[in-house]
Design a protein around this ligand. Sequence first.
Ligand code: PLP
Length: 390
Amino acid sequence: MPHLARRAADIQPFHVMELLRRARELEAQGRDIIHMEVGEPDFATPQPMLDAATRFLAGGQVHYTAALGLPALREALSGFYAQRFGAEVAPERIIITAGASGALMLALAATTDPGDEWLLPDPGYPSNRHMVRSFEGVARGLAVDAGSRYQPTPAQLTAAWGARTRGLMVATPSNPTGTLLSGDEIEALHRVTHARGGLLLVDEIYQGLTYGVDASTALSRPALNGADDLFVVNSFSKYFGMTGWRLGWLVVPPDYVRTVEKLAQHFFISPSTPAQHAALAAFAPATLEILEQRRHEFAARRNVLLPALRELGFHIATEPQGAFYIYADVSALADDAEALARRLIEQAGVAATPGLDFGDHLARRHLRIAYTTRSERLLEAVERMAKVLK
Ligand SMILES: Cc1ncc(COP(=O)(O)O)c(C=O)c1O
């Protein structure tokens, strides 16, 4: 028997990985699988970023950078906040990390004592609760549904707050539901956490991927930008199309910078150097133009898929306005979403993620369907599903 720490034994697998394994087996047998379970853009890294990385690599000097990241990249992000969002964010507060995942790890490591409780929406991004557990914290789900656009409300937060609660984590746009929190709503949540001496962590990893609504950041709200208890997580993975490069960032209140720096030194030494050089080209007009075209493409895909799924009998109570996911209630079609996901992969060759991956609340009634595939393939998936569901 391996000698496992209790915290490691508590970690659950991703259910979708089981499906992915089955998808790969079927593909090896020659079956065509349409992947709607994947949480990453299907687009390549934009050429200007590839060129920047290639130029850097050609020099051959691939060494560590400062633990907090390349000063030029922290400056560039500060400039991006100013230009795009009118938010003044000092580069000293911006910490470059190994994806949003690295940012979440650092934020939790810096703030969480054993037994500290973090409140998180259920459904929500699965890794959050496992990361909280890994730092000996306690993750407590706040059941959210279509009534509050799958986001926690101040009343719910107030009711759930306890003696050991350290803070609240939210994501806007959210995974798996694609719903947003407005600036007013984030401020209202912050008023609750702040009044209780707690922290608010806002995950903005899908920032920029919004449809019919402008991209936003909590940091453009003066009350939040100046707060000494607000953490903002972000990443180059999604809008910037850099999932495999493993690069993100964390914005912390000034008093946390030194602590996070020490943790980053020991956890990671530094973020990936080639990735940081690629990211220096992320804010060039030529790159942003490519990224905006892709955003329009995602909007078009959503507009194709949403009505088609509804037509099939999926119930989508709240229209997603961001990310690239549709969280669909399948109860009119099946008793159990996981069984339905298995049936869809076996009989229709369509892979989607069972709700169970995102929490417990009504999880067996939902599937997350990603539109990270071209519209023609999405429509083909709908046709294939229609045959199976008839
Ligand atoms: C809400 C959310 N946060 C964080 C992450 C981690 O992303 P990464 O580490 O690639 O930046 C993801 C990935 O899908 C996500 O959906």
